[in-house]
Design a protein around this ligand. Structure first.
Ligand SMILES: Cc1cc2nc3c(=O)[nH]c(=O)nc-3n(C[C@H](O)[C@H](O)[C@H](O)COP(=O)(O)OP(=O)(O)OC[C@H]3O[C@@H](n4cnc5c(N)ncnc54)[C@H](O)[C@@H]3O)c2cc1C
Ligand code: SF4
Length: 442
């Protein structure tokens, strides 16, 4: 495993107290007993990994916590992080039949967390097929949820899987991106450790960035799974963008999660209005920024963040500046940033700046959060792999790309969704690879 570690940071835990603290055992049993065990389980249908939700909840109600956790893990090896990170409001809990009766949905995410935490506390290992019992070697590029799910599924069925990650720590955005008040980086790493103990191998600080490095992998492995996620935050392309004090949202979030930033003072302007922008704005507030603005070029109804994330940001004290876009960044004699903005109006769907509407915000940090660019460079270097609008084109049923030895899943295919979607993709590709290998060796 990586020798890199996270600081055990009390300050971080104080700033980022959990949004949803865990259920106490008695409360979990009471909640589990509210579940109607619907035969058609719309919650299971709404979960991208199709966890048998009534099945695991029934086991909590009957006190079979081990059985409950194994049921979750069978469908979703990252059950612990998904329980914390999933936007359940629009997934399993959003589909709960309790809504029809005007009652609160069953707290599926919280119950899933309860089962997974109880399992972890026992220290029990997950059973896998005898190690490398199949003569099948797979490389998974990227150490995020999609690759972890792919590698774990392969190992469970006796294949060898190696995760190759450019960062010093595994977990992808589970470790470096998801807001700490939902999923702690330390919890992400604990989950990865469980996967490592199942037999998955890891190579860290290893960047697969050229056709040559891919060719080396091709000679070592039978199949390659691409779980590379998305690239860096897009640039705003305005003067002064590289000034000190301009830090992109992913960098800001990764820095506080790994203890490199512990405090932010003054005024912060986040540019963008997606979930990442909201996470960065909330983080800035929790790290101490007195004033945090979120600047968006369209209106309130157009934001891409989930409604509940928007409401949460308002509760955190984030202020919203609508229909404005950044124009230039300068600094003043006191070393503060001057963010020039311009008001925009929408005509037939197109945005255009309004004359004489410039305004300047004096601030300490500008945080661009205007979407991530795709990993164009890597995929351009790949032979026979189609890329459409920056996304790798893969068969929706298997994840196989135009090159039969390459599979892909997660953000690099879907353009950026949720952790649970990446897990579903990784599992899907692992099963397809196992099937091909089985047919070849039959
Ligand atoms: C700020 C932020 C907050 C989010 N919050 C939530 C949330 O609350 N809930 C939720 O469900 N989802 C959330 N998401 C989305 C979720 O994190 C992603 O959908 C999920 O992590 C995608 O998994 P992945 O495996 O496809 O990619 P990633 O998690 O991005 O992992 C890709 C990994 O590949 C590595 N890599 C890339 N290229 C190479 C290469 N060439 N060589 C070696 N390694 C490479 C990267 O370093 C990275 O570790 C959030 C995303 C962001 C950006
Ligand atoms: S993995 Fe996520 S969507 Fe699926 S049941 Fe669990 S909390 Fe709900």
């Amino acid at each position: 495993m990586s020798t890199a570690t996270l600081p055990d940071d009390l300050l971080l835990r104080e700033h980022f107290t959990e949004l949803k603290p865990p259920l106490a055992p008695q409360a979990a049993v009471i909640e589990a007993n509210r579940c109607l065990n619907c035969f058609d389980a719309p919650c299971t249908g709404a979960c991208p990994t199709h966890i048998d939700v009534p099945g695991f909840i029934k086991r909590i109600a009957s006190g079979n916590l081990r059985g409950s956790a194994l049921r979750i893990l069978d469908a979703n090896i990252l059950g612990a992080s998904c329980a914390r990170a999933c936007p359940v409001e629009v997934l399993c809990e959003g589909a709960c039949v309790m809504h029809r009766y005007n009652r609160d949905p069953i707290q599926i995410g919280q119950l899933q967390r309860f089962a997974m935490d109880s399992f972890r506390a026992t220290g029990e290992e997950l059973l896998t097929a005898p190690r490398a019992s199949r003569n099948l070697q797979v490389a998974c590029i990227g150490g995020g949820p999609s690759s972890l799910a792919c590698a774990a599924e392969l190992c469970r069925h006796g294949a060898s899987a190696t995760i190759i990650e450019r960062q010093p720590l595994p977990g992808g955005l589970n470790t470096y991106g998801v807001a700490e008040y939902k999923l702690r980086a330390a919890d992400s790493l604990r989950e990865v450790e469980m996967i490592r103990r199942m037999g998955v191998s890891f190579r860290f600080d290893s960047d697969i960035d050229s056709a040559e490095t891919l060719e080396e992998l091709e000679s070592e492995f039978d199949f390659i799974f691409l779980g590379v996620g998305l690239g860096a935050v897009q640039r705003m392309d305005i003067p002064g963008e590289d000034s000190p004090g301009v830090i992109n949202a992913l960098e800001l979030i990764a820095s506080y999660k790994t203890g490199r930033i512990r405090e932010i003072k003054g005024t912060v302007v986040v540019v963008g209005a997606g979930n990442t922008a909201i996470d960065a704005a909330n983080a800035a507030r929790r790290l101490g920024a007195e004033t945090v603005y979120l600047l968006y070029r369209r209106g309130e109804r157009d934001i891409s963040a989930f409604d509940f994330e928007y409401e949460h940001a308002k509760q955190e004290g984030v202020q919203f500046l609508w229909r404005r876009q950044p124009h230039a960044i300068r600094s003043n004699e006191r070393g503060r940033l001057l963010l020039e903005t311009v008001q925009v109006c929408e005509v037939d769907g197109a945005l255009s700046p309004i004359l004489d509407s410039h305004d300047t915000i004096e601030c300490d940090f500008v945080v661009p959060a205007i979407g991530q660019s795709p990993f164009a460079q890597l995929v351009r270097d790949l032979r026979r792999i189609e890329v459409h609008s920056g996304r790798i084109v893969a068969d929706p049923a298997t994840g196989q790309t135009g090159n039969p030895r390459y599979f892909a899943g997660g953000d690099c295919v879907n353009g950026g969704r949720e952790v649970v979607d990446a897990v579903a993709d990784g599992k899907r590709s692992a099963r397809a690879i196992l099937k091909i290998a089985e047919a070849a060796y039959a």
